[in-house]
Design a protein around this ligand. Sequence first.
Ligand code: CO
Length: 461
Amino acid sequence: MGVKIVDTVLRDGHQSLFATRMNTEEVLSALEELDKAGYYALEVWGGATFDSCLRFLDEDPWERLRKVRKVCKNTKLQMLFRGQNILGYRHYADDVVDKFVQKSIENGIDIIRVFDALNDVRNLKQAVDSTNKYGGHCQIALSYTTSPVHTVDYYVSLAKEVEKMGAHSLCIKDMAGVLLPEAAYELFSRLKANTKLPLELHTHCTGGIAEMTVHRAIEAGCDIVDTALSSLAGGTSQPCTEALQYALQGTEYDPKLDIKMLEAAASKMNKVRDKYLANGLLKPKALCVNPNILKYQVPGGMLSNLMNQLEKQGAMDKYEEVLKEVPRVRKDLGYPPLVTPLSQMVGTQSVMNVLTGERYKMVPKEINEYVRGLYGKSPAPIDEEVKAKILKGADVKIITHRPADDIEPEFEKLKEQYKDLCRSDEDVLIVALFPEVGQKFLEKKYNPQPQDEVVEVNLYI
Ligand code: CO
């Protein structure tokens, strides 16, 4: 059987290349062709698409999902779900996670890809249970990183654990694009031998090795790979769908995609790409190869963030020093994978350590919370001396249980609190996840005029 393909052009493609700004009209523009191309699934939804709809596009993200679902009659729809963070930036109560999963599936999602930055499986449990409860396909994605604790054995043992938890498939999520071809071969061979779950690879082209890595993973038994339609492939995005189809055509791995449909879709999506190239949101640099990510093992987005922070401080001369500090901070903190929000946190701490001239003299609030266990369990123990310095001997509680265990049910409270603004559970979830931006969006959407209030139906009265 050939390899299955998930196309990311409608989610990670534009998220990686131009800050997730594609609007619903553009998303729909080539959707009929994409739906007929023979994909296993289309990745269409996630935290950034949801956020961007509300914050920049003035669009209802749920409405986009329903419109996409209506067009896609043949292809499964997939979303990315940040464990107990859902699509937001903090831990939510279990009832909010449950409601979000329920509504996502009701509005059209088939496959929910759940991940946690720290690979703390306790932060995945509720999302996995809810996806199973509402009949969705639950995929668990393990954040890939390199460190003395992130060995092949580590990933194999996690894979066995998530299989027991009730996942339907397993993805290796190489958000930084640092998985090397031979490492992928070994990893996928071992995973294949130790779990029955279908295996998927998600990587990025940033460092210039993704196509080789994907090919070796497939040879080792990887069942599904993420690629992007040529219009938004390469650079900081995924390997090109059409190119992979040509490369594997006639082999035992032939994905059997309809190349004519892909061409028809690409000719439409190229217009979208050209618009963002012309208006400057898609910067040519995002399409360039950056082998430094392999040298420093730091995601491309983090490299540019560090440069911005140092530029603002007038301290660009400290760039190399900060890059050398990043792996030291990571080691001190128990080797967290550099994915949102840990990548920003480790980056900021490294900048502070270098600029103040004294390590951990200044510590961001988030790092303090991380040390206290509020993000979950660190992959390796946190260095005791560093922990003491960060907590400054204060008598603070260090949490070893699941962070969300401390959060009371929230959904009904939020529903009551926003009953004048929200007309559906979907609306409540918008304000739950993005309180300020979500409220502004809904106020504008419903534009409450006195005369309207009389005739409009509020589901909660
Ligand atoms: Co990605």
